[in-house]
Every structure is written in C-alpha cells, then in structure tokens.
Ligand binder design. Structure first.
Ligand code: TYM
Length: 332
C-alpha cells in the first residue's frame, strides 16, 4: 500500500516556500495516496517558543493547511503531540542511531552554529523524531522540499538498521517526493539563501497571510540584477535571484521556467515583477481568505485536530505495539 506522511513546523505562518515546495503537492497527492499530514509542534520546541504563540501558530497552520486544500475527512490531519507514539518510537530509534549519523546533518550544523555545545540535545536528535513521525505509520512516500532530503536519507538508514538488527522487513525504505518548479524557494533578499520562516527580515519571504499590497511591495523590493531576463534557461546560471523569481512564477502558474522565459525573455524586471505579483495574488489570496474564515472558529479547528489524532493514534499504537514486541519489551 502507498501511504504518505509529511509534516510542517508551527514556528510561524506558512511561507510561499512551504506552500510551493511541499503543501501544494500534499493537496495534489491526496487523490492517489492514503495521506497523513501533521503539524509538528514537538519539533517546534527544539527552538525556544512562547507557549501562547505556539498554541496560536498551531491553530493558524492547521487553518492554512485546510485552506491550501488538505481534506480532513479523506486525509488525516493532526498535531504531532496529540499522538504519543511519535515520541515513544523516537526514543526506541534513538537507541539504534549512532551520534555520527546525527553529526552529519547539515540542518543541525546550520542551526547550532558555532556554539554546538550549547545547542539543545532535542535539536541534535530532531531527525530521529522525524524518522519516528514517518515510520510510526510505516509510510512509504514523503513529499517535502529539497531541504529535507538529508533527513529522509537518515530515515531510510534508521529503518534499514532496525530491519537488519531484528531480522525483519518491518519498516519500508521511504521515497522522498520532491517535485514542481520550486523545490527550493530562495530568499527574496539573497538568492543563495533558502526562503525561511526564521529569517529576521520579513521582506525575505512571502507569507500566505500577506495581502496584495504587501506581496506587490515585497516583489518590487526583491533583489535582482540590472540585466533584462534571458530568453533561455542557461542564461539564469549565474543569476540566482532571477532564477528564483522565474521558478516561483513557473510554480505558481503551474508551468515550466522555459515557458516563463519564452514569454518574458528580454523584458525588464519591473515588467516581470508586476506579472509575478498578479499570479501570486491570484494564487494566494483565496488561500488567505479561507484561512481567515476558518480562524474565526478556533473550537472547530481544535475539534478537527482531535478527530485527526484519534485516527492517527489508532494506527500509531499498532506499530508501537509491534515494535515493542520485536525489541523485547514485556507487554503491559
Ligand atoms: P518545515 O516546517 O521547515 O517546512 C515544511 C515543508 O516546507 C518545505 N520548505 C520549502 N520548500 C521549498 N522552498 C523553501 N524555501 C522551503 N522551506 C520549507 C520543507 O522542505 C518541508 O517539506 N523537518 C520538517 C518537518 C517534519 C517532517 C517530518 C517532514 C517533521 N517531521 C516528517 C516530513 C516528514 C521541517 O522542518 O519542515
């Protein structure tokens, strides 16, 4: 059976990077797969969070996922902390994961920076919890943006290590699903840096909640170079900012970068940015409107997360029970 799991951290509202790199694909994949989508609140705790803001962001992100087309009946939508199997399996996997594997993770190196010894151990073991998120449902496919690729390789290693150690073919080796014209959306201020929820400048990103005026302003101020757009894709090779805007346009309009350049090659950035703003507003404003409508009823969002957790929890409990048996823990 083909089963999808994917997650997003409630550390901020959803960005255009999250949407184009992952969430829009999640919505599209629902017709072909059994899908579980999760707001990973435990992962958010690996960096300090204000409790009230974390609660608000968890509801807001749930609303954003619903507005982006996640169907809470056909798919299972829930909050990670509501299903204890994730943390339990993470502990069990932690006992099978060498420190060396975790030390290789570029995301840890980036986030911990120079002060590694002061970084929290939760940040270091984060990829183990991520493997548990996926494998507690024995998911086979994981749609993510490019930046999660290394974590999914580690998930495969952990699954392989478990299967080998216990002489079983219990956990599948997951397939990353990284597709679309914008698998790595870059910052609007620096085309060599990923567009990120945590960047200190709000002008580096488009948030799903930005209104038309703000989107226009952010694209107008986005860093570019003085040349007009090239007519062929090779012309973008050393122009990261231009390439990023072309990829964003292509993803939003569900076309290819080649087709975008066929139309806008030779045009100035001011012309292109105005057209880009139009496609962005057309794609994003219905999502923002729906999100605001849903947020007017937080009790309904909580009820929906509760129902999702019941369904996910029943599945996770089966896996955790079987893993406990395989590892030699006594039954309760
Ligand atoms: P997070 O919350 O940082 O991002 C959620 C999803 O958005 C994608 N993404 C991007 N894609 C393209 N361009 C960007 N600039 C960009 N920024 C973010 C991410 O690749 C991701 O797919 N560790 C994960 C959350 C997680 C998870 C999981 C994912 C926890 N457990 C299990 C899959 C399976 C994370 O921090 O995503």
């Amino acid at each position: 059976m083909k089963r999808i799991f994917s997650g997003i951290q409630p550390t901020h509202t959803m960005t255009l990077g999250n949407y184009l790199g992952a969430v829009r694909n999640w919505a599209d994949l629902q017709k072909d797969f059994e899908c579980l989508y999760c707001v990973v609140d435990l992962h958010a705790l690996t960096i300090p969070q204000d409790p009230e803001i974390l609660r608000r962001n968890t509801r807001e992100l749930t609303a954003a996922l619903l507005a982006a087309g996640i169907d809470p009946e056909g798919s299972i939508l829930f909050a990670q902390s509501h299903v204890p199997g994730h943390s339990e399996l993470a502990w069990l996997f932690g006992c099978l994961t060498p420190m060396g594997w975790l030390s290789r993770m570029t995301q840890f190196k980036d986030k911990a920076g120079k002060h590694r010894d002061q970084a929290m151990s939760g940040l270091f073991t984060y990829p183990v919890l991520m493997a548990a998120d996926i494998l507690v449902y024995r998911a086979t496919h994981v749609p993510v943006g490019e930046d999660q690729k290394q974590h999914l390789e580690l998930t495969r290693e952990i699954a392989g290590s478990f299967n080998h150690r216990y002489g079983v073919e219990y956990f599948p080796l997951v397939e990353p699903q990284i597709f679309g014209a914008a698998t790595r959306v870059m910052s609007l201020r620096d085309g060599t840096k990923k567009m990120s929820k945590s960047d200190s400048s709000d002008f580096s990103r488009i948030n799903m909640t930005d209104d038309a005026d703000l989107i226009a302003q952010k694209f107008r101020k986005a860093k570019t170079d003085p040349e007009p757009l090239p007519s062929a894709i090779e012309g973008l090779a050393d122009r990261p900012e231009a390439r990023n805007l072309v990829n964003i346009y292509a993803a939003l309009a569900r076309t290819t970068p080649e087709a975008v350049l066929a139309t806008y090659g030779g045009k100035t950035f001011s012309t292109f940015k105005a057209a880009l703003t139009d496609v962005a507003v057309a794609a994003l404003s219905p999502v923002a409107d729906e999100m605001n409508r849903l947020l007017a009823d937080p009790a309904e969002i909580d009820a929906l997360l509760r129902r999702g957790a019941e369904r996910a929890g029943a599945m996770a409990a089966v896996t955790v029970g079987e893993v406990r048996d395989l590892m030699g823990l006594l039954r309760v």
